[in-house]
Design a protein around this ligand. Structure first.
Ligand code: PLP
Length: 462
């Protein structure tokens, strides 16, 4: 017999393993189907291992323990909770805004019970899905009506398709934004069936540029908020108010893709200024679109507020049905918007705002409290320190502005990138992974978004 063949014969049979007492817990917790398919995979791996390495895998003596590891890793959610210590508060890859407790409760109810989504309790008529929220949005923004879709990209697409399909839309060359994830204004225009008419230059666009470009076929004058970049230096942009004046004269509606849009004045908390939908509505803009999960701090959604006749056109466009928000989104959005009716408690109750306004000294104190534990666990290989850093808002909101914060930093004593990589990886493998940021040859854990200090320390225990 070749040594190989001898090794193959040492692999156990599945039915024999299943009868072993060591498998009874696994069978109860994961079920026969999953346990058997895992064992088949393991056998396959073991045979492959024998073929390539001429030896048995190390776990050959303990199939139950290895099966448990594999079954547990299969069970792990694809949407695993993590600690976001990247320093970016609205991190698109980590799900942007954390929801307020009120929103979480509202979503849970909408999931658990039938709700009056399109049902009016006071009349026999079938209610409109966005109706309840439209009232709230009008109250908060001063608009006449509102429409809610899946995200702001969908809002822009729908707005253009419903109001300007087959016609021209005038946009400044300084505002031909790419957001990332393939959202580019020229491409969205094409998809919506509109013809983009670019005016002005990258750095300067004047009112006369819009006037010259507007003609018979012009359906809209459009402004796009340059949310993820800034044009600085010798610049000129036309304000919405100026454009509305021209629009009124030519009888062409002005619309704005505001990107983030904040429903409250952020400067009252010392944050950078961000345009508010209510300001644009007051300036006479016909339609304003913005995201639900950027500075608003709610669920992923696209919100369009504006004039009644245009919103009616949008609501009846076939794409609205394809892009509409579901009941969970609407429930979370409604609960979030209600927090804005009570601005005195907004910072406390809206996580996005609470994290953005967090005091730098409080973050430093937190870092100092955590430092000894990290020094004792990682001090052998790394110099662990508390250092000042700058957090960013993220999701293309207020791209240039930074918020003073504090981080735990880890510099590898051997100066090697691979040591740093191994640390980053081991933090990602904790029960609740910790996601930081590498910069200047160090790992930075910006503590701005760490609120659960106890859970964080528990998570570190070996
Ligand atoms: C973020 C953004 C979008 C896309 O919004 P989503 O809600 O991410 O779909 C569109 N336009 C601008 C200007 C943005 O900043």
């Amino acid at each position: 017999m070749t040594p190989d063949r001898n090794l193959y014969s040492q692999l156990p049979a599945i039915d024999k393993l299943l009868r072993d007492a060591s498998f009874s817990d696994l069978l109860r917790n994961f079920g026969h189907t999953q346990v058997v398919s895992t064992l088949r995979e393991m056998l396959e791996t073991a045979r492959e291992y024998i073929r390539t390495q001429q030896q048995l895998p190390t776990w050959n003596g303990n199939w139950a323990a290895q099966a448990q590891v594999q079954l547990e890793s299969h069970q792990r959610s694809a949407l695993q909770p993590v600690f976001n210590l990247t320093g970016t508060v609205l991190h698109t890859n980590l799900g942007r805004a954390l929801q307020a407790e009120a929103a979480i409760e509202a979503v849970t109810n909408a999931m658990r019970f039938p709700v009056t989504l399109e049902y009016d309790l006071h009349g026999a008529e079938r209610g409109h899905r966005d109706k309840a929220l439209a009232g709230l949005l009008c109250e908060l923004t001063g608009a006449e009506d509102a429409c809610i879709v899946n995200n702001n990209a969908a809002a822009v697409l729908l707005m253009l398709a419903a109001c300007a399909s087959g016609e021209n839309v005038v946009v400044s060359r300084g505002e031909l934004v790419e957001i990332g994830g393939a959202f580019r204004i020229p491409d969205v225009m094409r998809q919506a069936g509109c013809k983009l008419v670019e005016v002005g230059t990258t750095n300067r666009t004047h009112l006369k540029d819009y006037r010259q470009a507007a003609g018979e076929n012009t359906a809209l004058l459009m402004k796009v908020h340059t949310s993820n970049y800034q044009v600085a230096g010798f610049t000129k942009a036309v304000t919405e108010a100026e454009l509305v004046e021209l629009g009124n004269e030519l009888n062409i509606p002005v619309v704005t893709d505001l990107g983030s849009g904040s429903l409250v004045d952020l400067t009252q908390w010392g944050l950078p200024e961000e345009p508010m939908p209510q300001q644009l509505i007051a300036a006479g803009v016909s339609l304003v679109s913005f995201s639900g999960d950027k500075l608003l701090g709610g669920p992923q959604a696209g919100i369009i507020v504006g004039k009644k006749d245009l919103i009616a056109r949008i609501q009846s466009h076939p794409l609205k049905r394809a892009l509409r928000a579901d009941k969970m989104t609407l429930a979370a959005l409604e609960a979030t918007l209600r927090l804005y009716q009570h601005p005195e408690t907004l910072v406390e109750r809206l996580p996005t705002l609470r994290l953005l306004t967090r005091d730098a000294n409080e973050i430093t104190e937190l870092a100092q409290r955590l430092l000894p534990e990290f020094q004792s666990q990682y001090g052998e290989q790394f110099t662990v320190c508390v250092e000042p850093c700058l957090s960013q808002i993220g999701s293309g909101s207020l791209p240039v502005d930074r918020l003073p914060s504090s981080a735990l930093t880890f510099s590898p004593k051997d100066g090697r990138g691979s040591t740093l990589g191994a640390l980053t990886q081991s933090l990602r493998e904790l029960p609740k992974p910790i996601i930081g940021r590498i910069s200047d040859g160090r790992l930075w854990l910006d503590l701005r978004c760490l609120e659960d200090e106890t859970g964080f320390m528990e998570n570190l225990k070996p």
